[in-house]
Design a protein around this ligand. Structure first.
Ligand code: B4P
Length: 188
């Protein structure tokens, strides 16, 4: 099975590239951001709590997101493989993911880390905020999301480097150019 973690700071293109990867490799898409936004749209108890945290640009608790991923894996057992988009975002989430996959006799095949300069991240997210009205895509919250990434999330790359699975990919350029770089890593 092909199990990919697509990693990078907010606005690095995880969601964008995930869509193209799923289409090409027919993988099951597991995006914690999308699942959380679904809970918010459905006004569930979890969604109401998550909305407060996400609109500040902070991370939702490990316990909640790990539970969500377990449920999704359980519900998609027949998948050819998975793409984890926006998860794991902490080392605790990475460790929990290994435990869950091991129990299913599976493992992460590769960890792809998109590298994008801060100015470009801000430019992309501000533009999306203007176009789509996502409440966390405004300058103040974007700055906090990037700070949270450096404080709590960037360290996850070291976890996969130690396992020899980490592949940094240049995330600047056109969506197609970046997709070609990603597929070159996956196909290898
Ligand atoms: P996510 O939904 O994961 O959102 P994101 O980090 O902002 O990245 P996203 O995937 O949406 O953006 P993309 O780069 O594709 O997280 C949102 C929030 O949910 C988090 O802040 C947190 O609160 C919570 N959360 C999610 N997962 C969690 C977890 N595991 N633990 C705890 N909390 C969690 O695209 C951005 C924009 O750039 C798009 O408009 C796109 O069109 C554009 N773009 C992409 N590639 C481009 C390119 N090459 N050139 C120009 N524009 C490009």
């Amino acid at each position: 099975m092909l199990n990919i973690v697509l990693f990078g700071p907010p606005g690095s293109g995880k969601g964008t590239q995930s869509e193209k990867i799923i289409e090409k490799y027919k993988l099951c898409h597991l995006s914690t951001g999308d699942i959380l936004r679904g809970e918010i749209a459905n006004k569930t108890e979890l969604g109401i709590q998550a909305n407060i945290i996400m609109s500040r640009g902070e991370l939702v608790s490990d316990e909640i997101v790990i539970g969500m991923i377990k449920n999704k894996l359980e519900a998609n057992k027949d998948a050819k493989g998975y793409i984890f988009d926006g998860f794991p975002r902490t080392v605790a989430q990475a460790e929990a993911l290994d435990v869950v996959l091991n129990a299913l006799n599976q493992e992460i095949s590769c960890f792809i880390s998109l590298e994008v300069e801060k100015d470009e991240l801000i430019k992309r997210l501000v533009k999306r905020g203007e176009e789509c009205g996502r409440t966390d895509d405004n300058l103040e919250v974007i700055e906090n999301r990037i700070a949270v990434y450096h404080k709590q999330t960037a360290v996850v790359a070291k976890y996969y480097e130690k396992q020899g699975k980490s592949h940094p990919v240049e995330g600047m350029g056109s969506i197609e150019e970046i997709f070609e770089r990603i597929t070159a890593v996956i196909d290898k």
